[in-house]
Ligand binder design. Structure first.
Ligand code: ATP
Ligand code: MG
Length: 554
């Protein structure tokens, strides 16, 4: 990772510093444990940057481990997308990719150990009965009638479970802990359930699958994870995590630490909700540029560095909050302002005819790719008698604040000459279609010789050279800052989250490749979409030049 990226400390790093200082650990080993049941989102990026970032900074290691204990909801496409997204963010896991399913046999054997110790039993109660026996937050639970089954009988039942003798829902393996515990997760939690499901890694080898709480801590211990970092909703489950580790024969003692999830304004960060957006076609797939997925952000034009920078800026705490979208946008704006080449594009074109410019003449002008990064070089910008400008850059009359083209007045065409609007044409609806201008040939790269001041500068493209382009302009996907809190988040979808316009871009962009980013001068930051082609280039607006939402809020 680039050394220039600042890494402020946080409470987890302080714990690690202490553990290293007092010799509890000599190295740091973390893991990122996604369930392959959806694409990664920006919340996962926070966890990735935390886990891999710590491994990098402490010369430790970080595993990528698929937490794959729910075969029905998981698939191999998600596995691949997750690996791709982690690497795109700039991280590489230690050794091979791991799967919790790699440990199914060991997990089974630890379950047997718990049964042998009298710490687990097979329960044949119905789900309904189990729910009733569980108690509530204010009332203790009651013991299951199967709680005192002998070790021998439990071993037999568990073996039969494993061999497919029982139906789904007929029985499950539970830990024998404490039905009166104030922590619900300690009230004899389920460790294994029967599921005749095909698994993307283990095929049909198993018809029992371990629960998350049983699997995660043991997987951490097997891999020698020192600091197991997860989000706050697992705080209570830490009791169970420690209970399992204490009661099985394993040498390592991983510790779990919890931090707050990322919540981001005007979007949802829950795979269940994101799946719904995709399945119900509210968006055009997981990588729709409006999605908060890593794939969506990438297609929108976010860079890995900007996402990492965002994660550094939000930090890691135990406090729940809702981060402003402006924070995320500021990170990509800063990156692209510093790094994206400049170009000219006209999104809502009207034609300008420069009547005193010879009809078949083309002038090859040059313009810097970046105002203060000479190393990025120059591009050629052809100038000819007919150019396109933005419709909003011309007015028949305007006050002095309008520093663009006004009838009878002058404006500079960016990187080119000063022109003056002489007359214009309109269509039946009164829309200006063509502005007839004259140009001052003595103003290329210099002010008019007679000292008259021309303040305004507008962008343009040569009509005969311009490449046709579609521009996809995105807005917030939701109209509410916290759609997840709405009764039905789908109703909070912004109907105007995408508008598509067609216009023109300068010809130097002909060879731009997918994801290439540009600042279209005066218009915003854009990147080439994967659907861009010869017939028509397609650009996604990543973000505007300024924070337009801050302005509206003011
Ligand atoms: P979701 O709620 O979106 O379905 P999840 O927690 O079920 O997410 P996992 O695949 O289990 O998704 O998550 C992998 C890791 O990423 C976990 O350690 C989880 O705590 C972390 N993570 C998930 N969402 C966020 C978030 N919004 N902010 C920070 N970390 C997150
Ligand atoms: Mg999860």
């Amino acid at each position: 990772m680039a050394e220039t990226e600042h890494r402020p400390t946080n409470f987890i790093r302080q714990i690690i510093d202490k553990d290293l200082a007092n010799g509890l650990h000599t190295t740091v080993h973390t893991r990122f444990p996604p369930e392959p049941n959806g694409y990664l989102h920006i919340g996962h990026a926070k966890s990735i940057c935390l886990n891999f970032g710590i491994a990098d900074d402490y010369s430790g290691r970080c595993n990528l481990r698929f937490d794959d204990t729910n075969p029905e909801k998981e698939n191999i496409d998600y596995v691949h997308s997750i690996m791709n997204d982690v690497q795109w963010l700039g991280y590489q896991w230690d050794g091979d990719v791991r799967y919790s399913s790699d440990y199914f046999q060991q997990l089974h054997d630890y379950a047997v150990e718990l049964i042998e110790k009298g710490l687990a039993y097979v329960d044949f109660s119905s789900q309904e009965q189990m729910r009733e026996m569980r108690g509530t937050l204010t009332e203790p639970g009651t013991n299951s009638p199967y709680r005192d089954t002998s070790v021998e009988e439990n071993l037999t039942h568990f073996e039969k479970m494993t061999n497919g003798h029982y139906e789904e829902g007929q029985c499950c393996l539970r830990a024998k802990i404490d039905m009166t515990s104030p922590f619900m997760c300690m009230r004899d939690p389920v460790l294994y359930r029967v599921k005749f499901a095909h698994h993307h890694q283990t095929g049909d080898s198993w018809c029992i699958y371990p629960m998350y709480d049983f699997t995660h801590c043991i997987s951490d211990a097997i891999e020698g994870i020192t600091h197991s970092l997860c989000t706050l909703e697992f705080q209570d489950n830490r009791r169970l995590y420690d209970w399992v580790i204490e009661n099985i024969s394993i040498d390592t003692t991983p510790r779990q630490y919890e931090f707050s999830r990322l919540n981001l304004e005007y979007t949802v960060l829950s795979k269940r909700k994101l799946i719904q957006l995709v399945d119900e076609n509210h968006v055009a797939g997981w990588d729709d540029p409006r999605m908060p997925t890593i794939a969506g952000l990438r297609r929108r034009g976010y860079t890995p560095a900007s996402v990492r920078e965002f994660c550094a800026r939000i930090g890691v705490t135990k406090m729940d909050n809702l981060v402003e979208m402006g924070m995320l946008e500021a990170c990509i704006r800063d990156d692209l302002n510093a790094n994206a080449p400049r170009a000219m594009a006209v999104l809502d074109p009207i034609k300008v005819v420069i009547e005193n410019f010879p009809e078949d003449q083309v002038e090859e002008l040059t313009a810097p790719r970046h105002p203060n990064r000479e190393e990025l070089g120059h591009r050629t910008v052809p100038f000819s008698r007919e150019v396109y400008i933005e419709a909003e850059d011309f007015r028949e009359s305007a006050n002095k604040k309008f520093k663009r083209l006004v009838l009878g007045k002058e404006v500079r065409l960016r990187n080119a000459y000063v022109i003056k609007a002489e007359r214009f044409e309109q269509d039946e609806q009164g829309n200006v279609t063509t502005v007839y201008c004259s140009y001052d040939p003595d103003t290329l790269g210099k002010d008019p010789a007679d000292g008259r001041k021309v303040k305004g500068v507008i962008h343009w493209v040569s009509a005969q050279h311009a490449l046709p382009a579609e521009f996809r302009l995105y807005d917030r996907l939701f109209t509410l800052p916290n759609p997840a809190a709405a009764e039905n988040f789908v109703e909070a979808i912004n109907p105007d989250s995408l508008s598509v316009v067609t216009g023109w871009v300068e010809p130097s962009l002909a060879n731009a490749a997918e994801c290439d980013a540009f600042q279209f001068e005066r218009t915003g930051y854009f990147c080439v979409d994967k659907e861009s082609g010869e017939a028509k280039m397609v650009f996604n607006r990543t973000v505007g030049l300024r924070d337009s939402w801050a302005k509206i809020a003011d």
